[in-house]
Design a binder for this molecule. Structure first.
Ligand code: ZN
Length: 496
């Protein structure tokens, strides 16, 4: 191995150790840390993050990257490593540190302003701040560079190679096919009443159920664990130690679907090759692909009839008051579609419409065709048009998400990409494994997991997301599989 590559790898190992420390501290903060630890934790995390950033963006790293470029064999793991690190290096160095500091200061202040504005339903106090933040984000996009429009640069940070035009195409198909489906469900569908699933459910029993299911689908508890957190997430610092979190709420299935979702992320992380552990090649390649794996296990497997054919009696055993709900009815209950105001509580069908609203508004604000002062009216009009709901207040409308207050613009579409890709990848898997229903019904998830492991998880970050999608499914990301599956499933459930 060349000396440049050796040095580069040694530096990456240092950066990795610091990132691991930060990830453990962050996990601890969200699960077990006492309130009193917040101040010191913030300081430690910020210092370690700064050190990691300095080590990664130092001039010598650029030199090693440049010199080693000609020394790695095309197609080799080292070539993939060099490509991935070059991308991380560019993203970390293209934006001047003064702008980074300005943004994080503004975002910290803005967060406070947003919390108050949301509590008081006061968009006017938040607007000037959002305007300043948009200016900074536009500047960021200019530094990052783009071919067509600023949004491309912002989105690329989360989903390499994806563009605003990709999103427009995706949402055009979704709009054409799901707005009508939602309207049919709400106007002609046989209503689904799931109040029986809400109540105070014993937490130890819920915990037992979620752990059993997560273990059954293939999350390896010798290389991970599950704890509770107010907002469920998955994190990790090596393929030997991946942490899931879930939460227990008043809907009996809330923790189950949360756990299956995070386990999907977790199994993806556990599936990187051992040889890549602790290097930038390990882990998920993009937010969209990551989300495709969580959605696949949560929605396609977890909300399927065969899954509940296997597990409904386990649920009945833990919660006998539900014993009168038979399979067909239960399947309808866990697939209830309800257009609502709040994205994070949205079902599988309406979820993308929430994302589409945000994508369109982000583009319009960035391109200057929508003034910030007109955001609430534009938001409300889109909710009426796409979801058929009236927004009663800005708190429940354009002030609901934390993202814009942090200057995170450009990543909402990755949620929808995940939804689309989950079905696209699943349909490909079914060409090799046609009897998935039968396997799921028997609780035999091994063949499904092994297929995903071979085609997706074991690829880590080796191929850019668009290339990986081509390699796995033989075509670029498109909405057809998703739209077709959804129409079939929900027109059947709602008898329309
Ligand atoms: Zn997720």
């Amino acid at each position: 191995m060349s000396e440049n590559l050796t040095r580069l790898k040694a530096r990456l190992a240092d950066v990795n150790a610091l990132h691991a420390a930060v990830a453990i501290m962050d996990w601890d903060q969200q699960t077990f840390m006492p309130e009193g630890g917040a101040e010191a934790r913030a300081q430690h995390v910020s210092q370690l993050s700064r050190l990691a950033h300095e080590l990664l963006t130092a001039d010598e790293v650029g030199t090693w990257l440049e010199r080693s470029a000609g020394e790695v064999a095309p197609g080799s793991d080292d070539a993939a490593l060099a490509r991935v690190v070059k991308r991380d290096f560019d993203l970390a160095t293209k934006i001047p540190s003064a702008l980074v500091a300005k943004k994080s200061k503004l975002a910290a202040e803005g967060h406070e302003i947003w919390v108050r504005a949301r509590a008081n339903n006061d968009f006017v106090s938040f607007a000037p701040f959002l305007e300043q933040l948009l200016d900074i984000v536009r500047e960021e996009a200019n530094h990052l560079g783009y071919e067509h429009e600023p949004y491309d640069a912002l989105l690329d940070q989360y989903e390499e190679g994806a563009t605003a035009d990709d999103c427009r195409r995706m949402f055009a198909t979704l709009k054409e096919n799901t707005v009508g489906l939602v309207r049919d469900i709400t106007t002609h569908g046989v209503a689904v009443d799931d109040h029986l699933l809400c109540g105070e459910w014993d937490i130890a029993r819920q915990k037992r159920l979620t752990e059993m299911m997560v273990k059954d689908i293939g999350f390896d508890f010798t290389r991970g664990r599950q704890d509770t957190a107010p907002h469920p997430f998955c994190t990790g610092w090596s393929i030997g130690d991946i942490r899931l979190t879930t939460r227990f709420q008043d809907h009996v299935c809330s923790s189950i679907f949360s756990s299956l979702h995070e386990a999907g992320h977790g199994m993806y992380e556990q599936g990187s090759p051992k040889a890549w552990d602790l290097t930038p090649l390990a882990g998920g390649v993009s937010l969209g692909i990551h989300e495709s794996q969580s959605r696949l296990w949560e929605n396609i497997v977890g909300r399927s009839k065969p899954f509940w054919k296997r597990y409904l009696h386990e649920l009945h055993a833990e919660f006998p008051s539900l014993a009168a709900i038979y399979l067909d009815e239960f399947y309808r209950l866990v697939n209830k579609v309800q257009p609502s105001l709040i994205r994070v509580e949205a079902d599988e069908v309406t979820y993308n419409l929430h994302v589409m609203v945000r994508f369109e508004l982000e583009c319009d604000m960035l391109n200057g065709t929508l003034a910030v002062k007109d955001l609430p009216a534009a938001w409300n009009a889109k909710y009426k048009e796409y979801l058929g709901v009236d927004v009663p207040s800005d708190s429940k409308g354009c002030l609901q998400d934390v993202h814009w207050s942090m200057g995170s613009i450009g990543y909402f579409p990755t949620y929808s990409m995940g939804n689309l890709l989950s079905y696209q990848i699943w349909n490909t898997l079914q060409q090799d494994i046609p009897n998935t229903d039968e396997l799921i019904e028997k609780g035999e998830f091994g063949p499904i997991l092994r297929w995903l492991q071979e085609h997706v998880y074991s690829q880590g970050r080796k191929y850019a997301p668009k290339e990986l999608v081509m390699r796995v499914t033989g075509k670029p990301m498109q909405a057809d599989d998703y739209v077709e599956a959804l129409n079939k499933k929900y027109r059947d459930i709602y008898r329309i």
